[in-house]
Structure formats: structure tokens, C-alpha cells
Ligand binder design. Structure first.
Ligand SMILES: Nc1ncnc2c1ncn2[C@@H]1O[C@H](COP(=O)(O)OP(=O)(O)O)[C@@H](O)[C@H]1O
Ligand SMILES: [Mg+2]
Length: 232
């Protein structure tokens, strides 16, 4: 279980996360919702050790991650698909995946598992990442995160700017990973994307959690989405 307690993160003098707390269990999809600037990306970066916590704690299965250097966090089994993908654009699909494999010394079978989820990538192993479509790049960023054989996966707006067929692919992969017992923290801005995959939703406003609810609550009262995310 991933447990974040009373987390504070600053950008310079500005307090971006203010006592943020959440928990995430194996086999669960928790959606992080909130307006632009609410602090969603900052929360994921803090988990990954890319932003320093000034207070609070981040624990994974009882192990303190809070002050680990960024290169150690993936080795604990946390896969990260950053907003905007951040691939190595000049490297091939295969080379991008190999970097994922090296991070944790994963074997060929982990690469095979990732490619089985994304057959389109298997067909494009020698293609340079920059020449992939947006959807294929998102697949590659996700497959790269899976190459560390994570127990927890953080996805930051994975469907942003994708066409519907690609959105469906990403959604199906998230569902499959959940069935395999992965703990998934998903930042999304689209209501349908949330309703179709989330178990619980966590509304973030101004660096704090305003409410954490089962997804059914959002189905029952869609106005919650407009209230916290600002779009319907
Ligand atoms: N590199 C940065 N320098 C200064 N402030 C930043 C930086 N990145 C984000 N922030 C501030 O932190 C807040 C939260 O940003 P972010 O976590 O990216 O929000 P979200 O992902 O929810 O849109 C915003 O108010 C933003 O202005
Ligand atoms: Mg963001």
C-alpha cells in the first residue's frame, strides 16, 4: 500500500502541496482530479522524489520513501508515466524500453509482458520515438514504466490530446493492470475516462485533498466533477 500523509511541497516560497494525504491499495485505481494548477503533477513528482517534501511522509508497504533520491524510487517498484511523456525522442522504441529494463535489472520476460500489452510497439521496435504518433508515444511511455515491473504505477494525464481509439487502448491497459493487482494512481481531466476506470476519486484543490469518494458518488452526482475540475 502507498500511503501519503500530510505532505507539504514548496516551489520556492510558495507552498504548492498543503498537507496532502491519500492511500492507494493493490488492485485499485485512484483518480486524482482537480483544476490546472491544483498540484496533481507536483504530488506525483513528490512521490517520485523529483520534488522535495518539506513536511509529511510517503510510505510504500511500510517503507519510508520520503527522502529517497529520485533515482532510487523506481527501484522500489514505482513506475511513472509523466505528463507530456518525456521519452528519449532520438532513441528507438527498443532503446527507450531498455532504459526502463536497466533501471531495476528486469529480465526479458518483463519486456515481453509489456510488448504483449502494446502489440503496436512490437511492430515498431526500431523506430525512433520522435516519429511515433501521439498515441504510440503514450503507449511507449507506459510500456517503459512497466519495464521496471512496478507494483505501483503513476499516470499523469495519459489520454491528453489522444484520439478516441488510443484513449480506449490506454483505458483497457489500465483495467488489465488493475486486474493484475497493480496499484494505479491516475490523473485525468476527462469525466468519461474517470468513470470508466476509477475505483475511487480524490479531488484536489489548491494543494489539498477536498474529498475522496467511491466513483459511484461521481456517477450519482456528476456536478461534483464540474465543481472540482471546472469542466463537465
Ligand atoms: N517549476 C515550477 N516553478 C514554480 N511553480 C510551479 C512549477 N511547477 C508548478 N508550479 C506551481 O505549482 C502549482 C501546481 O502545479 P501542478 O502540480 O503542475 O498542477 P496540476 O498538475 O494540478 O495542473 C501551480 O500553481 C504552479 O504554478
Ligand atoms: Mg499536471
Amino acid at each position: 500500500m502507498l500511503e501519503i500523509r500530510d505532505l507539504d511541497v514548496h516551489h520556492g516560497n510558495s507552498r504548492t502541496l498543503k498537507g496532502l494525504s491519500l492511500t492507494l491499495s493493490p488492485g485499485e485505481v485512484l483518480c486524482l482530479l482537480g483544476r490546472n494548477g491544483a498540484g496533481k503533477t507536483t504530488a506525483l513528482k513528490a512521490i517520485m522524489g523529483q520534488m522535495k517534501a518539506s513536511a509529511g511522509s510517503i510510505m510504500l508497504d511500510g517503507r519510508e520513501l520520503t527522502d529517497l533520491p529520485a533515482h532510487e524510487v523506481p527501484k522500489c517498484g514505482i513506475g511513472y508515466v509523466p505528463q507530456g511523456r518525456r521519452l528519449f525522442a532520438e532513441l528507438t522504441v527498443r532503446e527507450n524500453l531498455e532504459i526502463g529494463l536497466m533501471t531495476r535489472g528486469s529480465g526479458k520476460e518483463i519486456l515481453e509482458q509489456s510488448l504483449t500489452l502494446f502489440p503496436r510497439l512490437r511492430e515498431r521496435l526500431n523506430q525512433v520515438a520522435a516519429t511515433l504518433s501521439g498515441g504510440e508515444q503514450q503507449m511507449l511511455a507506459t510500456a517503459r514504466a512497466l519495464c521496471i515491473d512496478p507494483s505501483v504505477i503513476l499516470l499523469d494525464e495519459p489520454t491528453e490530446g489522444l484520439m478516441p481509439s488510443m484513449i480506449a487502448t490506454i483505458r483497457d491497459v489500465v483495467t488489465t493492470l488493475r486486474e493484475r493487482g497493480k496499484a494505479i494512481l491516475l490523473v485525468e481531466q476527462r469525466m468519461e475516462a474517470v468513470l470508466s476506470v476509477a475505483d475511487r476519486v480524490c479531488f484536489i484543490e489548491n494543494g489539498s485533498v477536498m474529498a475522496t469518494l467511491p466513483v459511484q458518488a461521481l456517477k450519482d452526482d456528476p456536478s461534483l466533477f464540474a465543481r472540482y475540475v471546472g469542466v463537465g
